[in-house]
Design a protein around this ligand. Sequence first.
Ligand SMILES: COC[C@H](NCc1c(COP(=O)(O)O)cnc(C)c1O)C(=O)O
Length: 322
Amino acid sequence: CAKGEHFHTVTPLLESWALSQVAGTTVFLKCENVQPAGSFKIRGIGHFCQEMAKKGCKHLVCSSGGNAGVATAYCARKLGIPATIVLPEGTSLKVVKRLQGEGAEVQLTGKVWDEANLRAQELAKRDGWVNVPPFDHPLVWEGHISLVRELKAALGTPPGALVLAVGGGGLLAGVSAGLAEVGWQHVPIVAVETQGAHCFNAAIKAGRLVTLPHITSVAKCLGAKTVASRALACTQEFEILSEVVNDVEAVNAVQRFLDDERMLVEPACGAALAAIYSGLLGRLQAEGRLQPSLVSVVVIVCGGNSIDSQELQALRAQLGQN
Ligand SMILES: COC[C@H](NCc1c(COP(=O)(O)O)cnc(C)c1O)C(=O)O
């Protein structure tokens, strides 16, 4: 793509009749699942990689639970720069094949993302190599701002609330920056994690960054053990409601979304959708933590590559949902 052009596409903002029925208000879906590279990551990672290429970077390396790695491999191919993706050992073969399909070298090491990240940082010491941070970098957050600019262009007036998933907090940091830029900083953000990958919620409860001992949620792509400090700082500047759903709610939301809207997304994305399907939004309204009547709700459908019909069935069986 031409220099200065971005790699992400402007995604649909779909009014969902089915989810609006469940929520009792108009629900808009920001469909980041149809982005090139399969998730919203392409926005922030694409911006970061383009900036690094402008500075003469020779080799991109990324340690990713999956989607930041796929985004990095995609950008590297478009930029004509070699890429090495370092993944935790349990990463799905489907993602490994996809990365190799994008032309990237894949290294599997460590049990979780944090360990793969140590290896990526080692490799990035080589001359001209740059480590692509999956969620904790200002350039990544800057790239994610494009999502909110598109919401402003599509809606004009602010939504009643915005729902998104939190892994390392990069999406939250970028969306917050976007809300400030378009003058929507008062719009409440419902920031959802799954139990067992709830590093943001733990940090808020502790009043400081907390490192989870291990990731026990099936939503591996939310599996950073410590949230970006910028995400915690956002709670001082924006109205952020940190909520935790369990794996059953997240996977149940994936299934219901597939049936309602005919799109298949990862459990990480199911966490955000569970805010609607599990009745969490209604509970927040009943508790007075959200307005009882919201003009509309935007759910960021973040997408994700590590899912197919077989994986969904396996997850449902594992969680006793069949
Ligand atoms: C360990 O993994 C972090 C990151 N996934 C993060 C992620 C998120 C959360 O975004 P974040 O809060 O990390 O910016 C939501 N939805 C999906 C589909 C994701 O893949 C990655 O791919 O490296």
